[in-house]
Write a protein that binds this ligand. Structure first.
Ligand code: G3P
Ligand code: CA
Length: 240
């Protein structure tokens, strides 16, 4: 079972911040996962929500703030006083950190409600600039984004994100050019998911924080899990 640190080591550090990524970079795990939005002046930044309200001391939409404004926010205190003053990272900063490791990097292109014109192209450009094409996986709940990413950068792996128990996820993934199925837990432990894994589909599952779920998934044939507790899960699967 491969372990991906979900938003970095987000169970023990503020999600999507450099401390969460530095912790993940030290661990013997397959990779990390993180989320991208675009600032008003076109900088890809690493944050889960489309507003800064939940994970910083500010308020407002990422799309309406410049990178300089975003960088003034405290992205650590909401989690613990120990992380006061941590900043929202740029994508460039995270790629710089992992440039020297062997981890896979799952970049989730967020598109909760409004689209971010040009974000996909910018992310692909940066991945190529760092020469990380073979280690990056681009994923999104916006499946048009996945289809276009595969057209623009066929050398970069793509994962289609979904919550539903799809009857034919491999067929659907093939129709949009996705290389992997990134599913919620129920699909992966039920008949369509078990059949898909048995016939060679690559299934990565979110978000898996319990030992029981992780063990069901191993038996069901999933290849990888996204977890907030990568250290504990790495220990659980260390014999694999
Ligand atoms: O990429 C898997 C998972 O991160 C998708 O859900 O909401 O945690 O971004 P979310
Ligand atoms: Ca995500």
């Amino acid at each position: 079972m491969e372990i991906f640190a979900h938003r970095g080591a987000s169970g023990t550090r503020p999600e999507n911040t450099m401390p969460a990524f530095r912790k993940a970079a030290e661990l013997p795990i397959a990779g990390i996962e993180f989320d991208i939005h675009l600032t008003a002046d076109g900088e890809p930044v690493v944050i889960h929500d489309e507003t800064v309200d939940r994970t910083t001391d500010g308020t407002g939409w990422v799309k309406d703030m410049t990178f300089a404004e975003i960088r003034k926010l405290d992205a650590g205190s909401w989690f613990s006083a120990e992380y006061e003053g941590e900043r929202i990272p740029s994508l460039r900063e995270v790629l710089e950190l992992f440039h020297g490791t062997a981890h896979r990097l799952n970049i989730e292109l967020k598109s909760d409600v409004l689209p971010y014109p040009g974000m996909r192209e910018k992310v692909i450009r940066l991945v190529r600039e760092f020469g990380l094409e073979e280690r990056v996986i681009l994923s999104s709940f916006d499946h048009v984004t996945i289809r276009e990413a595969k057209r623009e950068a066929p050398e970069i792996e793509t994962g289609v994100l979904f919550m539903e128990i799809l009857a034919d996820a491999p067929g659907y993934a093939a129709s949009i050019g996705a290389d992997a199925l990134h599913s919620a837990i129920p699909y992966a432990v039920r008949e369509p998911g078990i059949r898909a894994a048995a016939t060679g589909s690559l299934i990565r599952v979110f978000t898996v924080n319990s030992r029981e779920h992780a063990e069901w998934l191993r038996r069901s044939g999933a290849r990888a899990i996204f977890t907030d507790y990568p250290e504990e899960m790495a220990r659980l699967f260390s014999g694999d």
